[in-house]
Design a protein around this ligand. Structure first.
Ligand code: G1P
Length: 288
């Protein structure tokens, strides 16, 4: 079985739901307590065995490159002040065997187009895609759980979850049939109206895909919301290859949405080793 070494992080979206916070910096840099969303996503991919990280960036995304780069001035200053714990936080963001590649998406034409921009970096290898605004709190991580399915079945794997039936218009929706222990996708539709949705099982920002998907992404017509949709290429891939819908165990927070972002902040704040206990007391005082 071909190992999955490469993970694509599409980070070129405009983050309109968080304006003005995202006017000059990307939504993937929004922090949940003390780490930006993109760092949680990267840690999940690295824990799942990925060693080549491919970021598809756009305008205003330089700070993502800076975040994963060495910060000479800051590190020198922290070392000078003997702030070794903080120095560890800054230096240990990525293990030494992991490399990062940044590719500029010339215009924001949609998720499918962003993934297509990674083609040269991925080549013919099977690869993962992680959307950082779907923050998943899971142990082991959601992508690690999906890797187990990939290595066991040899199939493409999509992370899915039961979603609110009224919200099918925000997700790729799959129709499945069960074979032995796994759910195989029969059909996938991008953002259907609730009346047209084949199920309430939504794709949530985690994909393990064959490189064949690039052939389908090329020359793909614009789909839902006038964008080049990854889901539409996956639907075509489905005519040739099997695909498992994997309902990971864990909690997903939709951090592309204000309320989901606040929920994640509270959940991660409550379990934070340094501030968790005090934060709980504070919340209790605030809501009583
Ligand atoms: C994208 C995908 C959609 C998927 C969703 C998960 O939509 O196009 O299929 O269900 O991510 O978060 P977006 O949220 O970028 O509109």
């Amino acid at each position: 079985m071909q190992p999955i070494r490469k993970c694509v992080f599409p980070v070129a979206g405009m983050g309109t739901r968080f304006l003005p916070a995202t006017k000059a910096s990307p939504k993937e840099m929004l922090p949940i307590v003390d780490k930006p969303l993109i760092q949680y996503a990267v840690e999940e991919a690295v824990a799942a065995g990925c060693t080549e990280l491919v970021f598809i960036t756009g305008r205003n995304k330089r700070c993502i490159e800076d975040h994963f780069d060495k910060a000479y001035e800051l590190e020198t200053e922290l070392a000078y002040r003997n702030q070794n714990k903080l120095l560890d936080f800054v230096q240990d963001i990525l293990p030494p065997n992991v490399t990062c590649l940044y590719i500029r998406q010339p215009s924001a034409l949609g998720l499918g187009h962003a993934v297509l921009c990674s083609r040269a970096a991925i080549g013919k290898e099977n690869f993962a895609v992680v959307l950082a605004d779907d923050l998943i709190d899971a142990q082991p991580g959601a992508l690690s759980q999906m890797m187990e399915v990939y290595y066991r079945t040899g199939c493409n794997v999509l992370g899915v979850e039961n979603i609110d039936p009224q919200e099918t218009g925000a997700y790729g929706i799959v129709e499945i049939t069960r074979e032995d222990t796994d759910d195989y996708i029969q059909n996938i539709i991008e953002k259907p109206h609730p009346d047209d949705a084949p199920s309430h099982l939504g794709v949530v920002g985690r994909y393990i895909l064959s490189a064949r998907v690039f052939d389908f992404l090329t020359n793909l017509p614009r789909g839902a919301e006038g964008e080049i949709q990854l889901t539409d290429a996956i639907a075509r891939l489905l005519t040739e290859q099997k695909m498992v819908a994997y309902a990971f165990s864990g909690t997903r927070y939709d951090c592309g949405d204000k309320l989901g972002y606040l929920e994640a902040t509270v959940a991660y704040g409550l379990k934070h080793p340094l501030v968790g206990e005090d934060f709980r007391k504070l919340l209790q005082q605030m809501v009583c």
